[in-house]
Each structure stands twice: as structure tokens, then as C-alpha cells.
Write a protein that binds this ligand. Structure first.
Ligand code: DC
Length: 222
């Protein structure tokens, strides 16, 4: 574990804080892998939805996780997510799948399984791990930890623009309400709640663009 602490960079924070863009940029500059753990929760959410799994039924959740065939592959600086061999990278990006992922991510069984997978992927180091609990639970040994935040209003604006780019029209008020609900749910859940690690550097990205945040992070790695 300790051998990889120098080359694991964790970037946590609420949705819409700019984590994905910044994580990709930092990974590209360093020539590290980019680990998108939100995509993993989204993929499990999609699987549960497809199978009609009752999230309140532990037996059903366990059975789904035992059969889970989830793989991540690097693809042009991004991540291709394969579920049972099917490329679901685009399907899991919708706003709806974000809400499903948030609900499923509260289940300790799901967190256990994905934490294990994430630690396997990060075992050799040279990785930028993005999520909610990278610095607190999954890679507590990492030497470089960042927590990116921005005001809910700013994050909602960014999210609407991002969805529009993907061809999905979304109303600002609806997205803002989703963000506020997701922040609340993610940070009050019992299992691995969203919070900065004690040794994380806090970055408020409300007035900084992705390039500026990346510069700041690169500068603090020395
Ligand atoms: O980053 P994202 O929007 O793709 O994440 C989707 C959901 O997954 C988010 O609401 C919370 C959950 N998540 C988590 O609980 N832990 C992580 N490490 C990453 C995501």
C-alpha cells in the first residue's frame, strides 16, 4: 500500500465542481491513468435498473454484485465503461443515471464491492482517482489529496451546459434542485459520506476555470 502513496492523486468533491475535467487534465499532464469512480456507481445503477433490483432487498443486491462484470478501459484520455461487455459510457451520463447512482451509492454492499475494485485498479499507483471518498476511504494513504467545491448555483450552470453539449436539454431550476438534493444525500449517508479528508487541500473553483484549477494542483504536487 505505502509504495504507491506518492503517485496516487485523489480528487473528491460534490457533483459539478469540475472534478472530471480537472482530473483528466492532471492525469494527461502527468501521464497517469484517470480513474472515474462515479462512472462505476453509475454503471452499477444502470445494472440494477435493468435487472429491476429492489435496492431494499440485500439478497437481490448481493446477487447482482456477485454477477457484476464491470470493466474500465482508457479511451483517448477518457474512460470507456463496459458492463457485461457492452459499452455503456454514453448511457450512464444522463442526469437520471446520476440520481440512480446516488441512491445506489448509499448501499454499504455496493460501496464495499466498488472500493475493492478501485483499490485493485489503483494498486500500482500512477493514477488520478476522482470521486467522493477517494481521499477518505479508498486511498487514505495517498499523499496528494484535493477537494474541489463550488457554489451550487455555479455547479448547476456548468451541469446544464455539459448536458446540452451531450444533446440533453435540462432546466436550470431542475438541475439546481437535483444538485442540492444530491449534495445533501451524499454528505449525510452513513457509508463513506462526502467530506474532505483531514489532509486534503480545499479548492473553491467557483471563480476558477478547469485550466486554472489544474495549474494550481500541478503546482502543489512538488
Ligand atoms: O461523479 P458522478 O456524478 O459521476 O457520481 C455519481 C454518483 O455516484 C454520485 O451522486 C455519488 C456516487 N459516488 C460515490 O458515492 N462515490 C464515489 N467515489 C463516486 C461517486
Amino acid at each position: 500500500m505505502a509504495a504507491n502513496r506518492e503517485t496516487i492523486i485523489t480528487i473528491d468533491g460534490p457533483s459539478g465542481g469540475g472534478k472530471s475535467t480537472v482530473s483528466r487534465m492532471v492525469a494527461a499532464e502527468l501521464g497517469y491513468a484517470y480513474l472515474d469512480t462515479g462512472a462505476m456507481y453509475r454503471a452499477v445503477g444502470l445494472q440494477a435498473q435493468r435487472l429491476g433490483v429492489d435496492l431494499a432487498d440485500e439478497k437481490q443486491v448481493k446477487a447482482m454484485l456477485a454477477e457484476l462484470d464491470l470493466r474500465l478501459e482508457p479511451a483517448n484520455g477518457d474512460t470507456r465503461v463496459l458492463l457485461g461487455g457492452e459499452d455503456v459510457s454514453a448511457t450512464i451520463r444522463s442526469a437520471e443515471m446520476g440520481m440512480v447512482a446516488s441512491a445506489i451509492s448509499a448501499l454499504p454492499l455496493v460501496r464495499q464491492k466498488l472500493t475493492q475494485l478501485q483499490q485493485q485498479i489503483g494498486a500500482r499507483g500512477r493514477v488520478v482517482a476522482e470521486g467522493r471518498d477517494m481521499g477518505t476511504v479508498v486511498f487514505p494513504q495517498a499523499r496528494h489529496k484535493f477537494f474541489l467545491d463550488a457554489s451550487p448555483e455555479e455547479r448547476a450552470l456548468r451541469r446544464v451546459a455539459q448536458l446540452r453539449e451531450q444533446g440533453e436539454e435540462a432546466a436550470y431550476e431542475v438541475i439546481l434542485a437535483q444538485i442540492i438534493k444530491r449534495d445533501h444525500d451524499d454528505s449525510t449517508r452513513a457509508a463513506a459520506p462526502l467530506r474532505p479528508a483531514d489532509d486534503a487541500v480545499l479548492v473553491d473553483s467557483s471563480r476558477l476555470n478547469a485550466r486554472e484549477v489544474t495549474r494550481f494542483i500541478m503546482g502543489s504536487l512538488q
